[in-house]
Design a protein around this ligand. Sequence first.
Ligand code: SAH
Length: 369
Amino acid sequence: MLLPQIIPQTPADATGSQTLEHILEPTSGLALWLTSHRQPAWRGKAIDRWLFARRSQTFADMTDLPLELRSQLEASYRIWTTSIVKHNSSEDGTEKLLLQLHDGERIECVLLREQERRTVCISSQVGCAMGCVFCASGIDGVVRNLTTGEILEQLLRLAHLLPATERISHIVVMGMGEPLANLDRLLPALATAQNPDGLGISQRRITVSTVGLPKGIDRLCADNPGYHLAVSLHAAEDRLRTQLVPINKSTGLAEIMASADRYWEASGRRLTFEYVLLGDVNDSTDHAHKLVRLLGGRAALVNVIPYNTVAGLTYREPTPHARERFLEVLRAAGVNVQVRRRKGARIDAACGQLRRIAMQSDPLSQPTQ
Ligand code: SAH
């Protein structure tokens, strides 16, 4: 099996002059390397298990591999391309990592603890091109897509925060970036996460959250509709939605809802629609009625997200009164509503916040591209 995060240790890599994508190219895969080193193919599976199920951080730890093979692997590959720049923990058990990538870019990922659940929230891009006006991730635009390896490394880094008796139970692709704009690299990472010899996270426990890119939704639908799809709406009419989510100008709600319906038909699984409540912007009872009309009786869950304040932005949370009235309209109309509990607010766990704060306080961390 392909292990994209294992990067061949080349001289160019050591100087950091090649990109991760470039370095990755010749690796497809470890299986070839094993054959050329006269090793049986099943060793690849064993290495998978060590990395993902047993969470070993070095080849030296892989004690059932022959000693010589371990040192050959150590000399030829490196497991980590990221380093942990910041590790914040909050009292509610939420932990957030700011990771530095091989080219100096930074991304965030989060571990959330909720009863038995161990959910990880991962990023798919450095920055974001969607430009949602209330979100920290997109303020400076998108820098680049993450590689499959970088997506997997987030999972491994977060898995390492758990004691050996606990495992990641759920993945949400709700960190920085637009996952459907980077499906080529995301899908292999999510496939790896499902490997029963590795992290073993079943598809129905993986949520892909999108701003609503109809072509991307259709592609996911054709490729693999087993993932749980969450569509970020934030407004139920095009005029307001285009103000809040500028990419809406080129898509429009009708097309988004039609592709969401196709996904629902293919997957047979209830869709989630996310709605960040912004005080005096999209939180009136009128907005709620429009949302009810847009949903039109679909078997969907509306996930109302409390707004996490972003430094430098003037949006704010609705008053508790406005929030309750909004929810009341949805509930009265029979809409399934869930209010996402705020987690890790004090550690700036909303996507993109930690990276921005670090960028502002550390000029060396400014994006280089
Ligand atoms: N691009 C994808 C996934 C990343 S954002 C998407 O748009 O769905 C994940 C969710 O967090 C989205 O619903 C997004 O709108 C929301 N979000 C972004 N900034 C936020 C903030 N400051 N407070 C609360 N939710 C936020």
